[in-house]
Design a protein around this ligand. Sequence first.
Ligand code: UN1
Length: 492
Amino acid sequence: MTIYRSVNPARLDDVVAEVRLADADGFVAACRTARAAQRGWAAVPAPVRGQVIGNLGRLVRANFETLARLVTREIGKPIAEARGEVQEIIDTCDFFLGEGRRLYGQTVPSEMSDKQLFTFRVPVGVAAIITAGNFPVAVPSWYLVPALLCGNAVVWKPAEYASASAAALAALVRRSGAPDGVFEVVDADGAATYEGLSGALDAGLVDKVGFTGSSEVGARIGELTGRHLQTPCLELGGKNPMVVTPDADLSLAVEGALFGGFGTAGQRCTSLGTAIVHESVYESFVDSLGKALSDAVIGDPSREDVLYGPLLADRFARRYEDYLGWIGPHHRVLGSGGRTGRITADNPRPGFAGDPAGGLFYHPVLVAGVRPDDELFRTETFGPIVGVMPYRELDEAIELANAPGYGLSSSIYTNDPRSAFAFRAGVSAGMVSVNNSTSGAEAHLPFGGNGRSGNGSRQSGIWVLDQFTRWQSMNWDYSGRLQKAQMDTQSI
Ligand code: UN1
């Protein structure tokens, strides 16, 4: 039995939780338990399942600050953002508790008399949900809440490095009235999860997989589920572009780039990847963003005023070092007095909030002069490293925005409605912001991406019901005779 230690990334000697990791068999066993419980749950009337979601929302509200502080301690998310994350769970519960009283099907006219057609939403069965730890409670709730509301059983595999936050949310889900077996949590590493998921699919124990994480792992999940003719719900990485047109409000655009690129240390799937700025305002954008970044407070995430705290966990710190290798001689590095790498006494950042020793604190890196053939342009960094490049014509900017082949979030700063709509129509992203940052989507709009960012599946709002239910149609003939469709249909 492997023990995993989840540590506070701002103070690596602070162990937040020790969890026992399950092996592949443990994962399969949880799916078996969920399978056994699911039918009973589906038989509970949807409005009653909605009450469970209502209870969960109330419990999260009652534990708001405790949960936010735990998230901050475990993954280093600034406390203001952690509160926003907890609020996002409540928003999701608020939305779906009422859905228990709708979950509409349709009555549809038949082409024959004395016959009526209907549609029903039916639960898919057992949903295996595998989530990342950058949003350790809000993003899981996007899956858990609608999946349970729709009458599915859920097996949730959270990120190991966020297991204490996951356990706290799981305890609230259990207290909310979901019966035993309907909601199972499995702590496991990536290899055991993959093997367990594969076994559970082979044994017919999983009907839907929801995955939030990297594009690479998403592709493997897609292959695995494809063998079983299943379509997973995939929310993957992004290289989210932001276009700044010549007429844009430049200080608003700089603010949006600062939050979108460096807030959460760039560790959102919606974080800004590359700012594509019109050549007439390029230099002043780069200077202002560089200055804003130098003035920004980085450090202790429990402080209200920090732009970002530590990276999430060790593995992300190692990747940050790899990304630095993508910076070439043609680039100009701004943001922290030209410094990059870990913030230490020997590699300091003026105005650092707190003591950097013993935490995964890294310099923000703004890279000007990015070109289309740079790795930095093509690939997600998932860290506080953002590129900037100039453009001449809007068409060229749209082409650059789409070039990396992701398609999650995007943004345009402009005061010209024609530019805004041309961008909306041309960009391949699932989400478009006008005069707002790439990150910060609201919890009741469709959330999701295309290309390397996902398979077109959408979460949040009413649209996610299509992930966790399937349409069943029914026809009811009360004519008392065999009426054959197409053949016995009257024509006029
Ligand atoms: C993610 O990083 O996986 O739009 C999700 C946003 C947040 C969700 C991010 N509401 O930035």
